[in-house]
Design a protein around this ligand. Structure first.
Ligand code: NAG
Ligand code: NAG
Ligand code: NAG
Ligand code: NAG
Ligand code: NAG
Length: 823
């Protein structure tokens, strides 16, 4: 049959082509006898195209790595390194003066300066070695088809285009590293087990027992994933997929946009946090982005992927995992807990108080020694020891408080789960849909609150105890003296311990904030040399620390002469906020007159700079920003354990992050000024033009002041102009945006508001809706303004927006706003 003949021919042709193809790669052959020495400048062999190099990389003073790395790019990213064959601890430590040699009998041998063998590759018989252009280092023999040894067969944490993991060969695993600075074995594996799936799995650490824990990613449980995986392929064009025995293919990442591998380098790495990520990096060193960007990753949310009853989950014990961007995670300790090793944020947390000292030891009931702090939407899924049904939150709280074993309770819809230490598998996720109640000891920072505690007022009380004991001693027998001496010893010992603990506790806040010394911040900001901006509460400087990277340091004005306690409790409240539309507080400094707050650094400056600058953000982006701010405000008003009113919402206080997400800054500070002083002495908080009218009246200030400011700002965002433009006095009505907007709205001439903005002109229905929402927000009468929750629902289209009334209908204060129109 002709067709079978053709097939036969094709097959022969393929057979002929295969060896030709592999020979077609050009490379410099390294001849036998060549060697490299660690510590010698330029001890490497580069590939023909210069993309990769093989050789020694210094990782510490007297420690080197035998590695392959990207040779041209600034990062010099390591893609392979020689590992201990016992695989117990990954990297091998190589001292200075060690030698890697291509021996005359055709092996690759690494020996230390004394000549002792450290590591070897190949079984002799090679006639050359080569660093190939694709990143594979090989030992070959002229006359034999395949390679005798190749680094692609011994992957570490990274796989490169044209590299294949094969279930039936030894190279069927990737090992994560311990952290981004270490090359030791970490906690995660990518494997192709015999069951025929591709799995990501944690190992029992540090014993490194594999296969004990359930995978946190299993290709078999995905739709279309029920194929017997044979190979895991990273093909030359940059696609990553698995191939089954019968030849069917499943892509690893759902939506991938793969640019040609001719322009970028690709690599895929099982990162130390357990996420398997494909990255790309421009090949050209003149391209602007000289870093690795994420192309795809699995699992989608590692925080919620762990299902095993054993193991600590994505983070360490007693910590919880939060998804940041692009699958990356951040691990946090709950309030009252600290990282055991402050440098290792993937490690375990421990309580910074004694949970055991609970059984009425100091004469108090357990529910008087502890309190519960709320962490919204945080759960540790596999640590429950009791489930109480038909409870309300109050019952749940008191049940945990009076139970010495209970470290945390989770309350959700009438059910109360009590949990004990250590807490595994913590995550912050909206699907938790409940409150974690974290038990914290009451003494320490709040010691002033319990004057009855026997061990607090050190000086005087100690003295009187001693006098009492002394006088008792005088009038007693020798036998009792001995007993008393023993008692004194025990009492003093205990007192000493408690006091020490107390001094420690007062310096630690209950939230997960870093306490800086002034000196540290002086150094981090290079003596406050780079000013980022000036706000109502002080000047903000740019800083940098090894641990946190870029930071923004706010030096608070002298006006914050509140007591230490108020300051701490306010900082604590701010520190407990977690929302993607808020700037995160990372730490603080409280040293005498120096009070500073440390925030994450926002790369894209403030909304004001963009809105009123030269290049306006496009219409969709502006709308997204407005949405984001409303969600952030709604969180502050309704979802924090203590309500936070901002009091100074304006575009200058909205910062934009890398991805132009709006992040509210400066929240939580206003309260410090309002609480202890009357409004009369503080004056009006906030900024002219954004201030709600009730500030001028003698009526209470509520969260509705923020709604007002939001309304003004919403108009600014959608119209891309300032709220007050004094230069427009000749067209008086236009000078004040709120008046002008209501005028245009009520007269049906909304186009006048946007003038030449074509994008908006094409989306007038949405624009009108936003103007209507804004007019609701700027109602003179606070009770007419919607809550931020309602505003958010209206923005999202969940709620209808009805026609807003004239904002000034209850005009009773002396201002410069316009009259209501007769419409
Ligand atoms: C992955 O899932 C499949 C199908 O659900 C199952 O048979 C297999 O055992 C799982 N793999 C591991 C390592 O648990
Ligand atoms: C391979 O096997 C899977 C089931 O194991 C099946 O769904 C798929 O259609 C098969 N593909 C081919 C090309 O036969
Ligand atoms: C790599 O895989 C993709 C998707 O499966 C395919 O379109 C492409 O042709 C492959 N490239 C090579 C060089 O095999
Ligand atoms: C990185 O891991 C190594 C080995 O486990 C450890 O010694 C080192 O302290 C870790 N470094 C950080 C910053 O966590
Ligand atoms: C502690 O519990 C007791 C009952 O066991 C109760 O009488 C008391 O009011 C509780 N105290 C607090 C502060 O809740």
């Amino acid at each position: 049959m002709p067709s079978s003949v053709t097939h036969h021919h094709l097959f022969l042709l393929l057979l002929l082509l295969l060896p030709i193809y592999s020979i077609a790669q050009t490379y410099k052959k390294l001849t036998l006898g060549l060697s490299l020495t660690s510590g010698v400048e330029n001890s490497k062999w580069a590939s023909q195209n210069g993309d990769f190099a093989f050789g020694f990389r210094q990782i510490a003073d007297n420690s080197f790595l035998l590695a392959i790395w990207y040779y041209k790019i600034p990062d010099k990213t390591v893609v392979w390194f020689a590992t201990d064959s016992t695989e117990s601890n990954g990297e091998i430590q190589i001292p200075k003066g060690s030698k890697v040699e291509l021996t005359t009998d055709g092996k690759l041998i690494l020996s230390d300066p004394q000549g002792k063998l450290i590591w070897s590759a190949g079984k002799s018989g090679a006639t050359y070695a080569a660093m190939l252009d694709n990143g594979n280092f090989i030992l070959g023999s002229t006359g034999s088809a395949g390679y005798l040894w190749e680094s692609f067969d011994h992957p570490t944490d990274t796989i490169l285009p044209s590299q294949i993991l094969d279930r039936d060969r030894l190279n069927n695993k990737l090992y994560s590293r311990a952290n981004d600075t270490s090359f030791s074995n970490g906690r995660f594996r990518l494997r192709l087990p015999n069951t025929g799936s591709l799995v990501l799995q944690p190992v029992a650490f540090p014993s490194l027992t594999e296969n004990r824990y359930q995978p946190y990613y299993n290709s078999s449980s995905l739709p279309g994933g029920n194929l017997k995986v044979k190979q895991f392929v990273f093909n030359e064009s940059g696609h990553i997929y698995v191939i089954s025995k019968n030849g069917s293919i499943m892509n690893l990442f759902q939506s991938e946009t793969i640019v040609p591998a001719t322009d970028v380098y690709y690599r895929a790495t099982l990162d130390f946090d357990g996420v398997f990520t494909q990255y790309s990096h421009p090949k050209s060193t003149s391209a602007p982005e000289q870093f690795w960007s994420t192309v795809g990753y699995i699992p989608d949310n590692i925080c919620t992927s762990f299902v095993d009853r054993l193991g600590s989950g994505a983070c360490g014990y007693n910590s919880y995992c939060e998804l940041t961007s692009k699958g990356r995670t951040s691990c946090q300790c709950p309030p009252g807990f600290d990282f055991i090793d402050p440098n290792n944020r993937f490690g375990d947390c421990k309580p910074n108080f004694d949970l055991q000292r609970c059984h009425q030891a100091d004469g108090r009931k357990p529910n008087e020694s502890f309190e519960l702090q709320t962490l919204k939407n945080v759960d540790w899924t596999t640590s429950d020891y009791e489930e109480l049904q038909s409870y309300n939150e109050r019952d749940c709280r008191s049940s945990c408080l009076s139970d010495c074993l209970c470290a945390v309770a989770l309350f959700r819809q009438g059910t109360c789960w009590k949990k004990k230490l250590p807490l595994p598998n913590g995550r912050l996720d909206v699907s938790v849909n409940g409150n974690a109640l974290i038990k914290i000891r009451l003494d320490g920072s709040s010691s002033e609150q319990d004057p009855n505690s026997p061990f607090i007022k050190s000086g005087r009380k100690n003295q009187s105890t001693l006098i009492l004991v002394g006088s008792l001693l005088l009038g007693s027998s020798v036998f009792f003296n001995f007993i008393f001496l023993g008692v004194i010893f025990v009492v003093m010992f205990f007192m000493n311990k408690t006091l020490r603990k107390k001094t420690h506790r007062t310096s630690v806040l209950r939230s997960n904030l870093h306490s800086f010394t002034y000196e540290e911040l002086e150094e981090a900001t290079d003596r406050f040399s780079e000013e980022l901006g000036r706000g109502a509460f002080g000047i903000v400087y740019k800083g940098f620390t090894e641990e946190m990277g870029s930071i923004a340091v706010k030096k608070l004005d002298k006006v914050f002469h509140q007591g230490e306690k108020e300051f701490k409790s306010e900082v604590n409240t701010i520190g407990q906020t977690h929302h993607k539309n808020l700037v995160r507080l990372l730490g603080f400094c409280d040293e005498g007159q120096h009070r500073l707050l440390v925030y994450e650094f926002m790369s894209n400056s403030s909304l004001a700079d963009h809105l009123f600058g030269i290049s306006k953000p496009d219409w969709n982006r502006r709308v997204q920003i407005a949405f984001g701010i409303s969600r952030g405000l709604m969180y502050l008003h309704e979802e924090c354990s203590t309500q936070i009113i901002h009091c100074d919402i304006k575009p200058q206080n909205i910062l934009l992050d890398d991805s132009f997400t709006a992040r509210i800054s400066d929240f939580g500070l206003a309260k410090l000024l309002i609480t202890s002083q009357t409004r009369a002495s503080t004056g009006i908080r906030g900024t002219r033009g954004y201030v709600a009218p009730e500030w001028f009246r003698n009526t209470p200030v509520s969260s509705k002041v923020d709604v007002y400011s939001y309304g003004v700002m919403l108009l600014e965002i959608i119209c891309c102009r300032k709220g007050v433009v004094p230069e427009l006095v000749e067209e008086e009505i236009k000078a004040i945006l709120t008046d002008w907007a209501y005028d245009c709205y009520s007269q049906g001439k909304l186009e006048d508001l946007v003038e030449n903005d074509e994008e908006v002109m094409n989306d007038m229905r949405r624009f009108e809706r936003l103007v209507m929402i804004a007019i609701w927000c700027i109602q003179d009468e606070p009770s007419l303004r919607p809550s931020m929750k309602k505003v958010t629902q209206m923005l999202e289209g969940v709620l209808e927006v009805s026609a807003p009334p004239c904002p000034y209908q209850f005009k009773e204060y002396v201002g410069n706003s316009s009259e209501c129109n007769d419409v």
